[in-house]
Ligand binder design. Structure first.
Ligand code: HEM
Length: 500
């Protein structure tokens, strides 16, 4: 018994010293950093007091302009670099991308096929898949999908009209969330899921679970997060079983139906099926297997539905606080549409320049994914050899911090769409607007995200006036445990019909 106790004592002591040694890494290297706490390192506030992107924002603002291009950080025991210098941001995302092409997040193609998405896979596999999928997102393809987006946007405006006979307080994030779910459901899965009419539609229920639930909770989830490679070797999964079964079934049925009927819809699914057919014909270099197709349809939904709807919610919130901007925007929408028979086309949505500025400024103040992540492939020295970044170090680009840097965006708390005129954009440093990331691993769906957000907003602002109500939370607070930015208690606004 006493031998076992001694052994346990030795193991605990060894683990304690290993942990202390790890938490002393940045200190040994003389890199500026906050003192870590056991066991969480520098994320003690995460989930209880501050959202993760906010922690990185505060870190960036604290450590920029020190004598190093980055600050040291510990995510539990994972050594992490938080970049604080714009030149290094550009190098990581663009110039020296080949050393930073992976995110280092979990994926397990064999046991959990839906986890092997474009967002998570690495190296040669990622490069090949990105190359195959890029033609799916050209502006020509976006044009073809516009009719689907417009049909759903019109339905959303109709539902707002039914809800708001005179003037009423509405929680807007739920409604716009159902709009983007229907748009992506149509475009990525070919489903008329109609969650706008049926808020409990399985498709959306499962979509919400896909975003918010993990297969395992607690310590095992942190383990997968912290040790993705080991977790894969242990055959662990992240996708919830029912979610996996549901989406695989829908995708299988859709493919069967489209191949049998030869129906073409010009949507993401058509393009994925074309790649699947190439694979079936033996062209493995260009084609996709069924599992690969399923994972991409799934990530298009997961990455494209909440990001765009949350952005729409934030835009409506700012427009409610700034009636002058809202009026100017409505005037532009009416003016552009009146020149085209009151019809939306791809070109006249593009012609709504002020609308684009409003969306861009919304994404500046509220970059839904507030920090970007990369992992170093080999040791990297950005200049001074003292500031090398070791192989396998996690690298964080604090997008929210850069967006709130007063040297880049004076008075960053203010909502000013004028920041996004062509001249103003050109006057700022590269990589200073990062809601879609930057470089070869940026958001592949950014055009589509901008399109569905802009079309949805245009339909709402044209017909309704949004203003704050006593229920509106000002200033807005974040849900601290979510990775994406989202408002703590939803967004309640007063909505009334615009008289024409
Ligand atoms: C307003 C809407 C959106 C926002 C704010 C957004 C934001 C982002 C961000 C910040 C990244 C990481 C970029 C980086 O690390 O440099 C990303 C990646 C990605 N997004 Fe989006 N996104 C949006 C819409 C969409 C849509 C509509 C789709 C698909 C239909 C999509 C699919 C993806 C995929 C597949 C990736 C991974 C790309 C890769 O690793 O190669 N996103 N997105």
């Amino acid at each position: 018994m006493s031998t076992i106790l001694v052994l346990i004592g030795i193991i605990v002591t060894l683990l304690y010293y290993a942990a202390r040694h790890r938490h002393n890494y940045w200190n040994r290297r003389g890199i500026p950093h906050d003192v870590p706490r056991f066991p969480k390192g520098n994320i003690a506030d995460w989930q209880t007091k501050r959202q993760l992107g906010v922690i990185f924002r505060d870190y960036y603002l604290k450590y920029k302009n020190r004598n190093a291009p980055f600050a040291g950080f510990y995510f539990f025991f994972t050594k992490t670099v938080v970049v604080t210098d714009m030149e290094l941001v550009k190098r990581v995302l663009i110039k020296d991308f080949s050393n930073f092409e992976n995110r280092g997040i979990f994926h397990n193609e064999d046991d959990d096929p839906l986890s092997a998405t474009l967002f998570s896979i690495e190296g040669q596999k990622w490069r090949q898949l990105r190359h195959k999928l890029t033609p799916t997102f050209t502006s020509g393809k976006m044009k073809n999908m516009l009719p689907i987006v417009l049909k759903v946007a019109e339905e959303m405006a109709k539902i707002f009209k039914e809800k708001v006979s005179t003037s009423q307080v509405v929680e807007v994030t739920d409604l716009v969330g159902r709009y983007t779910a229907d748009v992506i459901g149509n475009c990525a899965f070919g489903l008329d899921c109609n969650s706008l009419r049926d808020p409990d539609a399985d498709f959306v229920r499962m979509g919400k679970r896909a975003v918010s639930e993990r297969r395992y909770r607690g310590i095992l989830d942190f383990f997968i997060f912290g040790f993705p490679k080991l977790a894969r070797r242990m055959h662990l999964k992240i996708t919830v079983e029912e979610v996996e079964e549901f989406y695989i079934r829908i995708i299988r049925d859709t493919i069967k139906y489209r191949l049998r009927t030869e129906e073409k819809r010009n949507d993401f699914m058509d393009m994925l099926i074309e790649l699947y057919q190439k694979q079936q014909a033996g062209n493995t270099a260009e084609g996709l297997t069924f599992e690969e197709l399923a994972a991409q349809a799934f990530i298009f939904f997961v990455a494209g539905f909440e990001t765009s709807s949350t952005t729409m919610g934030f835009a409506l919130y700012e427009l409610a606080l700034h009636q002058d901007i809202q009026n100017k925007l409505r005037a532009e929408i009416n003016e552009v549409l009146s020149m085209q028979n009151n019809e939306y086309t791809y070109d006249n949505v593009k012609a709504m320049k002020y609308l684009e500025q409003v969306v861009m400024e919304t994404l500046r103040k509220y970059p839904v994914l507030p920090h970007l992540t990369r992992k170093t492939i080999s040791d990297y020295s950005p200049g001074d050899p003292k500031h090398y970044i070791e192989k396998n170090t996690a690298v964080v680009i604090p997008a929210l911090g850069i967006h709130y840097d007063p040297d880049i965006y004076p008075e960053p708390e203010k909502f000013k769409p004028e920041r996004f005129t062509e001249a103003e954009i050109a006057a700022r440093p590269a990589c200073s607007w990062l809601p879609f990331g930057d470089g070869p691993r940026n958001c592949i769906g950014s055009r589509f995200g901008m399109l569905q957000t802009s079309v949805g907003l245009a339909h709402l602002i044209r017909d309704f006036k949004f203003s704050v109500s006593p229920q509106t939370q000002i200033p807005m607070k974040w849900i601290t445990k979510n990775i994406l930015l989202s408002a703590e208690n939803g967004i309640y606004l007063n909505v009334e019909r615009v008289s024409k």
